[in-house]
Design a protein. Structure first.
Length: 81
């Protein structure tokens, strides 16, 4: 909430993960970052393919391939980080 209301110019995932008040580490699932138009992992920023913590409405996927199916217009070799 704070990131959306008070820091709206920042990417919400980056903002939330930088504060990380709950100590959340993420699920490790893949989800679509619609701003990047790429699939990224649900985790605290810093790891390989990490896109920050996903929002509750983001659909999680077990693999990058199933996530990439959600953005089928993006070439497979460019659909994930």
């Amino acid at each position: 909430e704070c990131c959306r209301q008070k820091l709206s110019w920042q990417n919400v995932n980056l903002c939330a993960s930088s504060f990380n008040p709950s100590g959340a580490v993420g699920s490790g699932q893949w989800y679509v970052d619609w701003e990047l138009r790429k699939c990224v992992k649900d985790c605290v920023v810093g790891g390989t393919s990490c896109g920050g913590l996903k929002d509750n409405w983001d659909v999680g996927h077990a693999t990058a391939e199933t996530c990439c199916a959600m953005i089928s217009w993006v070439p497979r070799d460019q659909c994930h980080t």
